[in-house]
Design a protein around this ligand. Structure first.
Ligand SMILES: [Fe+2]
Length: 258
């Protein structure tokens, strides 16, 4: 899967529009300022570093987050229709959590988490276009995302903290303390974390199907050549002015391979 530059650009505009239309108060401008500051990194980030995961291509992160926001709003209506107590969270909390649920994937202030793969063998044989940046000290994705928000003065509510922290549901063992209790008083007092998890699960599954089902229907061997960014050079003519001013060396390298 390769996004054209115009799609990367329009996805980014939608990402900012979601903040503009759903987030209120002082934190709205702070959130916009934060994402403007890291604009070129975030708009081109992949959602994962391995093709086996989802949206592991330039612009994949924002495309994924926008889908999670859409799915979360649809899931909210479903939960409401089925009688869930919707007074326990707000629509803003849902959208804020969805927008920022994977923020920890960006890395820290200085360094991107995912950088272009430098190992030729891994790139060609395993289809790994990205690798983890060892300059970034380890933290879980939710922990780093919440840290980045607080370190930029962006306040979040208890509900948002819980939803971002547990968005991987029981796929992350660390969430057992919140989600695996049989004690009623220890269960979340809102369905917000479950709605976000379902939205994220749905988006990631759809992205997996889009990437892999066509390949699995055919010969996997025959598809290997389509895996890496370097084999998609036909897209290079799609770079736009907006993407032409990239300063990051890593991103320039990545775009050169588009
Ligand atoms: Fe996600």
């Amino acid at each position: 899967m390769v996004l054209e530059a115009k799609d990367i650009q329009s996805n980014w505009e939608l990402f900012l529009a979601n903040i503009d239309s759903h987030i209120t108060g002082e934190r709205k401008q702070k959130l916009l300022d934060f994402y403007k500051k890291y604009e070129e990194r975030v708009m081109l980030m992949p959602a994962a570093h391995k093709k086996e995961y989802h949206n592991a291509f330039p612009g994949g992160y924002v495309e994924h987050v926008n889908r999670v926001v859409r799915c979360a709003l649809k899931q909210m209506d479903l939960w409401a229709d089925e009688g869930a107590d919707m007074s326990t969270f707000t629509k803003e909390e849902l959208v804020f959590s969805a927008i920022n649920h994977d923020l920890g994937k960006m890395g820290d202030e200085e360094n991107e988490s995912y950088i272009p793969q430098t190992d030729k063998w891994r790139k060609e044989k395993l289809g790994e276009d990205y690798m983890f940046n060892t300059r970034v000290p380890f933290a879980s994705v939710p922990d780093r995302g919440l840290y980045m928000l607080q370190s930029h003065g962006i306040q979040y509510t208890f509900n948002e903290m819980l939803a971002i922290q547990t968005h991987d549901g029981l796929y992350d063992e660390a969430n057992k303390k919140y989600l695996f209790s049989y004690m009623p008083e220890q269960k979340p007092r809102t369905c917000l974390p479950f709605i976000l998890h379902q939205a994220d699960l749905m988006a990631a599954r759809i992205e997996f199907e889009r990437e892999w089902l066509p390949k699995l229907k055919g010969s996997l061997d025959g598809q290997k050549e389509n895996f890496t960014l370097s084999n998609n050079k036909t897209q290079s003519s799609t770079k736009t002015k907006a993407l032409g001013n990239i300063k990051s060396a890593g991103l320039k390298n990545m775009l050169d391979n588009l």
